[in-house]
Design a protein around this ligand. Structure first.
Ligand SMILES: [Zn+2]
Length: 279
């Protein structure tokens, strides 16, 4: 059993290494996957910004303030919160959520099939995704994935990358006589897209998405959910987005096919290695 896990873990790390931490020394390590990531901004700074943005959002969005759906979201989230904390404490590791101030809102919008978790554990679930989630295990897959982005501090990394790209680009652009910015603006005008989002930033985004899938499964499993449902969930999601799914190159999300292949590869070993944690 141990062997399978190691092979697969190595494979996982192979997918993820070699992206950051060159000339800029500010690095941290993602819990569990041990991927090195760029972290120029402190977590406290980003959490504070996120809390402000979340409050702002709550003031503007149409929220559902009671009822069984909201209760369910808070219950599932609470299970994940506790499992993540006790998992890291039992291993004598620092709890990556120790500075979190968890909060949940349910947004009344059937058209939006989405959910997100801002840095510091500020979560929103839209009513549109509840039908796709279909059951608690499906909802735990979605919430586990979003929470994983926050636990792995992907926003800190994103902001740090953006800053590093800008600094690096400006230096390069001096030598190229402004060619990069000219191209960037021309392409941008023609397509409405920023080449830096397509070219440089995007691979980081996909890497983070895959990492969130992996960690999300682990968190759901630790919390006692049936993670086999994740495959059905992403199939339903792909069905719900039919015709809207952009080709993988343009998307920050892994294509459903790749995603489901990954999940199938990970599920059995995660069930063995990360069984429900007793709290
Ligand atoms: Zn994601």
């Amino acid at each position: 059993m141990k062997k399978t896990y190691n092979i697969s873990r190595r494979k996982f790390l192979e997918l993820f290494t070699g992206s950051c931490c060159g000339f800029l020394a500010s690095c941290s390590t993602v819990p569990i996957t041990e991927r090195k990531q760029l972290a120029i901004y402190p977590e406290s700074f980003i959490n504070k910004q996120a809390a402000g943005a979340y409050n702002n959002f709550k003031g503007k969005a149409k929220l559902i303030k009671d009822g069984k759906d909201l209760k369910n979201i808070i219950e599932i989230g609470g299970k994940i919160e506790k499992s993540v904390t006790s998992f890291f404490l039992k291993k004598d590791n620092i709890d990556p959520t120790k500075n979190f101030d968890w909060e949940y809102v349910l947004v009344d919008n059937k058209k939006v099939k989405n959910a997100w978790c801002m840095p510091g554990g500020k979560i929103a679930v839209y009513t549109g995704i509840l039908d796709v989630a279909e059951n608690d295990d499906g909802l735990a897959t979605i919430m586990g994935h979003e929470i994983a982005h926050a636990v792995a501090k992907h926003s800190v990394e994103r902001m740090s990358q953006a800053m590093a790209v800008n600094v690096g680009t400006q230096v390069a652009d001096i030598f190229l006589g402004g060619a990069i910015n000219r191209t960037r603006n021309t392409v941008g005008r023609a397509t409405g897209m920023d080449i830096f989002q397509l070219g440089i930033m995007n691979p980081f985004g996909r890497k983070q998405e895959t990492e969130a899938d992996y960690l999300g499964l682990i968190f759901s499993s630790l919390s006692g959910f049936n993670i086999k449902e994740s495959v059905n969930l992403w199939k339903r999601m792909s069905e719900a987005n039919k015709g809207k799914e952009p080709p993988q190159f343009l998307s920050t999300h892994p294509s459903s096919k790749n995603r489901i292949e990954n999940l199938n590869e990970w599920i059995n070993q995660i069930i063995i290695e990360y069984p429900p944690i007793k709290i």
